[in-house]
Structure formats: structure tokens, C-alpha cells
Design a protein. Sequence first.
Length: 204
Amino acid sequence: MESSEGPRSGPGTAVRYAPWPRPDDAPPGATGSQVTLRVNGADHAVEVDHRTTLLDLLRERLALTGSKKGCDHGQCGACTVLVDGRRANSCLLLAVALDGCDVVTVEGLADTEGADGDLHPLQRAFLERDAFQCGYCTPGQLCSAVGMLSEARAGQPSAVTGAAQPPRRPVVLSDEEIRERLSGNLCRCGAYPHIVDAVRDVIT
């Protein structure tokens, strides 16, 4: 379990955690490194084992359990988060390689576009459209959808974007575009039609 060396003293002050246990015969620095991540608007200074993934860091060290461990091989999308504004499978990223990065998990989505702690528009749309059943994949679906909307606004094409799309102009998100761009996030409950409806509610 992590332990804090003291409360935050103000903006820009990182919360520090106890080192990750290392083998007794390993010299300092051989198996772990100090990293500082900005997660959901708060700085965290953590010593991590070099093999620790971002997903495990979030869940086991920072107690942010919204990101789910599904396949642990980058194939289901349940662990999707935003890293420096871009969606990524946190189970495939080594925490030690992300020093200085800005990470947003599902717990922090409300603060990115929600007003006064209100839900993110996509979170509200998912509720209104009943775009989940068991909910296990929902955190990854939400983070992926937020990242997808940013990509489309920036004019990044997908595999189904037509050749006539002007470069660096926002891509019009048809249902086909939405399905293609979210195809890396699996839902075993089969709530895909409602997920597409929720995304469409936000962009219309």
C-alpha cells in the first residue's frame, strides 16, 4: 500500500509515495525510478518498478480503479486513458517512460469539460442513452470517445474517412466514422448501438 509523506502544500506540489519494494540485493536505481505524473490535475511523485505499467500504477498506487484491467494485452480497450490529450491503452505503457506526462482517467473527465464538478457531456449522454450494461468497459469507452472527438476535431482521418476530406479540417462524424474510431473498445454486453447514439448526442 502507498503512504504519503505529507499533504499537498499547494498547486504544483507533488504528492509523494513510499518507494515500491525492491529485492534486498538490488542496488538503488537498478529496478526502479522516480517519476512525476500529473493525473487528473494533481501531481504525483512515485518511485516505480521499471516493469510497472501505467494501469497498475493508477490502480495499485494511486487508488484510481476506474480504468479496468480486461485483457492486459491492449486488445479490449477497458484500460483506455488520455495521455497528453491522446487516448492510449494504459496496460501497454510503462509508467517509467511517462515522467512529466499529463494523464486523465475516467475519474477526471468531469473536470475537463464539466461545469462545477458536473459530469462530462459524454458521461451524461451514456447515462441518458443507457449506453452500458455491466459497465466494466464503460470507463475505457468514455475515455476513448473523448479522445476520438479531439482527433476528429483536429482533422485526423480514420480508415473510413473519404479521400475528399480536406486536410487539417474537422472530420464529420457519421455513424460509420464513430464505429470505426471506437472499434478498439470492446463491449461484451453488446451496447454498441447505444454508445454510438450517446456520442452522436454530444456532437449534434
